[in-house]
Write a protein that binds this ligand. Structure first.
Ligand code: HEC
Length: 101
């Protein structure tokens, strides 16, 4: 038979695990990227090794993004030629340099 103190500890652990799970779900939702062609690819491929938060706040030119993706491919990112240009278009459009007005 379980002693009451054992039961309470396992309840606390369960609640703690649930809280961590909920926090992860919320965090994942926060890193949802802008809609558009290529979004799914970026969400799938570019979250493989690090969070998508890595991309947010970046403002790279097309050239710089090209180099970033090439760098990621050399790290082992599984990107085909076709996916490469889709991802590049997407990143340039959504995470390009902010234009001076
Ligand atoms: C195989 C693992 C892997 C995949 C897949 C991957 N990355 Fe990375 N990424 C890394 C590693 C490791 C670093 C940190 C080392 C570095 O900065 O070069 C990094 C860093 C970055 C950075 C920060 C670079 C900087 O200069 O601050 C960006 C931006 C980035 N990745 C974008 C992407 C994009 C876009 C994709 C999808 C095309 C992607 N990553 C997919 C491994 C990966």
């Amino acid at each position: 038979m379980l002693r009451p103190s054992t039961v309470r500890l396992s309840t606390i652990l369960l609640l703690a695990a649930a809280a961590v799970f909920a926090a992860n779900v919320l965090a994942a939702d926060n890193t949802r990227l802008p809609d558009g062609p290529g979004r799914k690819l970026v969400e799938e491929i570019c979250s493989f090794c690090h969070g998508l938060a890595r991309l947010k706040g970046q403002a790279f030119t097309r050239n710089q993004w090209e180099n970033v993706i090439k760098g990621m491919v050399s790290e082992g990112a599984p990107v085909t030629d076709e996916e490469f240009s889709l991802i590049l278009d997407y990143l340039e459009k959504n995470f390009g340099p902010v234009e001076e007005k």
